[in-house]
Design a protein around this ligand. Structure first.
Ligand code: NAG
Ligand code: NAG
Ligand code: NAG
Length: 414
């Protein structure tokens, strides 16, 4: 593999506090912006003060601010795992897909200001988290992170892995020598949803003229993960992309219609208000059912990097280097209202809902905003560029470093 001999540093230090609320979108469907444009004005007036949960967490740990820092290139880094890891979804396998910088992606290290974020040690992790079950609950970006953890652990575990699907999970594995289980529970909205059509006998929504849509039960978890809080010792939740997915939840043809206790919520909610209501119900749902001593994470939004248009307008991500700080602001600032602006907007909703909860916020957003180079793009010959998911190996490896660093800090404290 080609190795750069120079060390390049992208100074990503932010000189002033800015709202760090990036976002992503779900690969296959998401043209996020049609819906967004409808309620963006309302959201942008929200004050951007939502950093407090993270700071609360940090003060407990006397540790550093992992959010702000820079990516540093290290040409001597080795891959944690390679393209032969079978769990890597074909579209994310950038080495096999011949993405020209696929091998370079692992050579960048996130250096937070004022401390280090070490690469986690998979053997130490397997030892320390013996008899533990870890559940990733969320959309395909959480699967992307799950696969990274799986491939890293698999690379040191001599094949002694049992494949199974605990408690509604989409995929799951137990590393038998350690009785450590990791599982992925697929859920797009956290809340349960399904198609809705008008009833001939009429009803509140029918009276308002609705014929078709999606019924989203704000107080009912998707069955894929309803058992997860009582099953796993460690949970990592996310949601976000699908709330801005007009390709699926077309505001006219198939709008999201919110239901609570089985009845439509009237007046109608916009999707961003629906997200708030779902979070209001799902966060306590987890807290009430979590196992004793469980550790709960909520992961922030993962940014997309479409340039020159959205995913369905020929947008692409062709960069081979991380972005510069100014470029990040250009692409993501809410004020600029760019193609990928939704990431920071979603985070505002998450931070607000999580304030005062027992969840640890896993803030992957800002560090990921720099990595316009790390998406699959065209790799593997896709019809539309994928500038939303991440190549593996790639930056969800760093998300796992951050996740495990938080876990180790908690363990060290107790
Ligand atoms: C990647 O390149 C190899 C070698 O040139 C070729 O055999 C393979 O078909 C290519 N794979 C894709 C997905 O284009
Ligand atoms: C394996 O780990 C689970 C937690 O994931 C625990 O409930 C179970 O008792 C462990 N099994 C053994 C044999 O220790
Ligand atoms: C932001 O951009 C979108 C799409 O380009 C546009 O429809 C919308 O009106 C803009 N919103 C604001 C607040 O400028």
């Amino acid at each position: 593999m080609a190795m750069a001999t120079t060390t390049r540093e992208w100074n990503q230090q932010n000189t002033k506090k800015i709202p760090l609320f990036p976002l992503l979108s779900l690969l296959f469907f998401t043209s996020i912006f049609i819906l967004l444009s409808q309620f963006r004005n309302a959201i942008t007036t929200t004050p951007s003060s939502s950093h407090s949960p993270l700071h609360t967490f940090q003060s407990h740990h006397a540790s550093c601010d992992y959010t702000h820092g820079k990516w540093i290139h290290h040409s001597a880094r080795t891959l944690r795992y390679d393209n032969t890891c079978k769990e890597i979804f074909k579209g994310w396998n950038c080495i096999s897909g011949n993405k020209s910088n696929a091998l370079q992606l692992a050579m960048w290290r996130w250096k937070p200001n004022g401390c280090d974020l070490p690469q986690f040690d998979p053997i130490g992790f397997l030892h320390n988290y013996r008899d533990t079950s870890i559940g990733f609950v969320g959309d395909s970006l959480n699967r992307n992170m799950f696969v990274s953890l799986y491939c890293t652990l698999k690379s040191v575990s001599n094949g002694k892995v049992k494949k199974w699907r605990p408690a509604g999970a989409d995929r799951g594995f137990t590393f038998l020598d350690y009785n450590l289980t990791i599982a992925y529970h697929r859920t797009n909205l956290l809340a349960s949803y399904g198609r809705w059509s008008a009833n001939d006998n009429g009803g509140a929504l029918e009276t308002l003229g609705f014929r078709e849509g999606y019924k989203v039960d704000v107080d009912v978890p998707d069955k894929t993960w309803a058992q997860a809080p009582s099953f796993h010792d460690i949970l990592i939740l996310n949601t976000g992309h699908w709330w801005w997915a007009p390709a699926k939840f077309d505001p006219v043809k198939s709008p999201m219609l919110f239901f609570k206790k089985g009845e439509p919520v009237i007046p109608l909610l916009t999707p961003d208000r629906g997200l708030d209501m779902v979070l209001e119900h799902m966060i306590p749902y987890v807290e009430e059912r979590a196992r004793p001593g469980a550790i709960k994470f909520f992961r922030t939004q993962s940014p997309r990097h479409f340039e020159g248009g959205d995913w369905d307008q020929g947008g692409s991500c062709q960069r081979h280097q991380p972005l510069l700080t100014e470029e990040v602001e250009e692409l993501f600032s809410v004020k600029n209202n760019g193609t990928n602006v939704e990431v920071r907007l979603v985070n505002e909703h998450l931070y607000k809902a999580l304030e005062g909860s027992g969840f640890i916020i896993l803030d992957v957003t800002h560090l990921s905003e720099f990595r316009a180079d790390a998406h699959p793009g065209k790799a593997g010959g896709k019809k539309h560029d994928d500038c939303m998911h991440w190549c593996l190996p790639g930056i969800t490896d760093t998300w796992n470093d951050l996740f495990i660093e938080h876990l180790n800090n908690i363990k060290g404290r107790s």
